[in-house]
Design a protein around this ligand. Sequence first.
Ligand code: ADP
Length: 651
Amino acid sequence: MLRKLLIANRGEIACRIIRTARELGIQTVAVYSDADRHAQHVLLADESIHIGPAPSAESYLVIDKIIAAAKQTHADAIHPGYGFLSENEDFADACARNNIIFVGPPSSAIAAMGSKSAAKAIMGEAGVPLVPGYHGADQSPTTLRAAAAEIGYPVILKAAYGGGGKGMRIIESAADFDTALESAKREAQAAFGNDKMLLEKYLQNPRHVEIQVFCDEHGNAVYLAERDCSVQRRHQKVIEEAPAPVLASSTRVAMGEAAVRAAQAINYVGAGTVEFLLDHNNQFYFMEMNTRLQVEHPVTEMVTGQDLVAWQLLIASGEPLPLAQDQISIHGHAFEARIYAEDPNHDFLPSTGTLTILRPPVTSAHVRIDSGVVEGDEVSSYYDPMIAKLIVWGENRTVALQRLIQALNDYRIAGVHTNIDFLRRIAGHKKFMQAELTTHFIERYQRDLFPELTSELITDYAIMAALAEHSSPNLSANPWATERAFRLNEPKQITTTYHHDNELLTVTLTAQDKTWYHEPSASYWQVETTGERWYFSKNGHRRHVHILASNADIGVMTDFANIRFARHQVALHQDTAVAAGGLVAPMNGTIVQVLVKAGEQVTAEQPLVIMEAMKMEYTIRAPHAGLVEQIYYQAGELVSDGAELIRLTEA
Ligand code: ADP
């Protein structure tokens, strides 16, 4: 067995690998960049080595640094995880040259699958069904155009060395061919340093079904069932499940056997995934083979009861496969949902920031969470913004799906935007429940999955946030908000300002007994809380709402939407040195209001300008009495740190 394992990765997958290594009595070494100094994978490992600055090109992707770390710590093996160097044949070779076991296939197998074109040629020869297409060496536009015509439109153009959906174009007709080819080549060249293309018939509404295979050094090969990863957004997986629903067992066996043939054709060793497209006639076609552990491997673990990382480590140390094909069976159903720090309402833009609240659902034999972060950690822009993988199991698909929805409902995250609402809408969608899966699921049900956040809806949520803060002043860590609520208690009117989508949103509510009136929307509100649970009634319609508050923001979550409002804070203590120094902007920001006019006489301490920066308001006051000689900026203008705002002469 291996003695010491270095994990050349970070985040959840590094933590996941460390967990199994520890169970097997293997010592672990983490590597980390500047950004990951205090990351969970570093804390979990027995030893850790710093490998450079935050950008992965200068740390996690530098082969020499990883090899040096392994030598320094006398690790006898390296697990690459997924992404980073996991499918890099040079890295596998460098490990071999340095007598370090690479937990993965031989570099020749990585190379064989590194090009989708070459892979298809090998698979065709091994008798694995292929999507009709062209994967030849002749890359002249004329040849490619002729091939597309022969295949018949629509066709899909793919970068031979591509991945992650980059360099891929669906072409509907011959008229679009040239433009699509040019742009796909440009994208592929930029992303992969190679613009070789292949063409395939574009299948209408296929499913993405992939087979987990394992091979050992002794010639044994098995498949561990399949995963359905049809629910995708821009060709990226969103929710995965095992087994694939409504799949005839004859198809399952045929796919499994084809996948094993595929692996054997390249003398594969270790864990691999053979991806297929499945059409509505139950025909399946080889798409590509991933020569590593997949993100979605846990769903296979849940239904087979096997630890795939343990299998990888056993095989890497030269052991035979733990089970034969007839000893592998599937039990129940599992789902995985990828929880991301991203904003579904803004084209899934990654959302960075501090995870001020991170309370996952309770884990059990049925609910598993693979994560690499804890409350207080930062989601930075350097790496993939995945927060966690939520994996659930049930006796059957229906039970598993109920557990998935429940767990998504129980997830509490504040500080960054997340896709949890979006995942919940998919999981709760009638067609998803009916297992009507295709790779176009998200596009097709776009309207249901992205309900419009109207300004009425946002106002309602802001009202609930304001009422929550008013009813429970300790919700707001912001002393000013408390003070304001307190001060305005008497006239029973509250005014709260939030930021939403870079806009200021002010709600004013007036109380009559225990009912709050919001004039602009002519709505009546009541609020009840037990401290933990919140209920809001709008015009007599009462519902349960989750409130999540942190210093920086307050989140209002319902079954329908999860809206976060950034607190609009007003700086209480002004940096007097800056103020006295002479009317300059204390930081980069925006002028909110100019309170004086040129030629006006002002007294010491009189407010002159209000500016906003980092969601805080700053009041620039007169350091002394004087005459306003000149005003350099108007409301709405951006100013940079140190810019002179106003010229004031001594009185
Ligand atoms: P990448 O390596 O960039 O992820 P893949 O070749 O794995 O690209 O394809 C990703 C996804 O694109 C598939 O899961 C499927 O949804 C879609 N796709 C790929 N090839 C075809 C095809 N021939 N017909 C229809 N959809 C396809």
